[in-house]
Write a protein that binds this ligand. Structure first.
Ligand SMILES: N[C@@H](CCC[C@H](N)C(=O)O)C(=O)O
Length: 273
């Protein structure tokens, strides 16, 4: 019989996660279990799952096994990695300060600050093409951005607001350019160093924030001004984060909050295999 499984529920700017500490790398986290966990009625409810496992490459590093709510695997999650980092400190698995977390997009250095906000070194951000998204027969020009996972950042024309967009359905996108799907950001300029963003996430739907999406949004916004580097605050429906993009990397800083902790019922876990 499966012993009860501990979990934590947390969020970063309301992009929410079920965190499963699996220090012995023994949990069988199937697609069906991820979908059930993330379901807001039959499960705990979340945009994704963060499984905490030892890295196979480096004995001193913890690996973030991230899954989208539909059970799919993604390379990276910027809000998730902040919650993950805070968990490692809270659980006494690493010391507060700077350390490295393994992800499918590569190692990410994080700094957990005294106020529990977290800065993540998100690595290189690359624009790899011009494209567009379609929402309710309206075309939004944008650029394809690689933040370890794929994004399409669409800058709204001056004077437009992201509020009016209906993001209940997946925006249309070029399947040849994004063969593995894409996260789509809609960006509104607020000022010289401030933007707003809404996002439709691959494997989830519209979320209240997407950390990699905020980095992609700042890169797209800078690109629309013929700039490659710069910084901005990004307002999302769930709060605010700060992004800095330099020639050789990028950082994302924002909150990481815990909501609850408990154990999953063994019966429930077995029923959803
Ligand atoms: N919410 C995340 C991104 C999660 C992965 C994304 N849905 C994908 O499939 O690439 C973030 O905070 O970055």
């Amino acid at each position: 019989m499966q012993p009860p499984i501990p979990f934590r529920k947390g969020h970063g700017t309301q992009n929410d996660f079920v965190l499963l500490p699996d220090l012995a790398d023994a949990l069988e986290l199937t697609e069906s279990r991820v979908r059930a966990l993330c379901d807001r009625r039959m499960g705990l409810g979340a945009d994704g799952v963060l499984r905490v496992v030892p890295s196979e490459v480096d004995a001193d590093t913890w690996f973030m096994d991230y899954r989208n709510a539909d059970g799919s695997i993604a390379e990276m999650c910027g809000n998730g990695v902040r919650v993950f980092a805070r968990y490692l400190v809270d659980a006494g698995l690493v010391k507060r300060g700077g350390f490295v977390i393994g992800t499918r997009a590569g190692d990410r250095r994080v700094e957990v600050h005294d106020d529990d906000t977290v800065t993540v070194h998100m690595g290189a951000v690359r624009v790899f093409g011009e494209s567009s998204a379609t929402v309710q027969n309206m075309l939004f020009p944008g650029v394809a951005v690689d933040v370890g996972n794929p994004h399409l950042g669409c800058q709204l024309p001056e004077g437009s607001t992201v509020d009016v967009l209906d993001l209940t359905a997946q925006p249309g996108y070029d399947r040849a350019l994004f063969p593995n799907g894409v996260n789509v950001e809609f960006i509104q300029e607020l000022g010289p160093d401030a933007i707003r963003m809404r996002v439709h996430e691959r494997g989830v739907g519209e979320t209240r924030s997407c950390g990699t999406g905020t980095v992609a949004a700042v890169k797209s916004w800078l690109h629309s001004k013929n700039r490659t580097t710069g910084s901005a605050t990004v307002d999302v429906p769930g709060g605010q984060v700060s992004v800095v993009i330099t020639d050789d990397g990028s950082t994302l800083t924002g909150p990481a909050e815990f909501v609850a902790e408990g154990t999953l019922s063994s019966q429930w876990w077995t029923a959803h295999r």
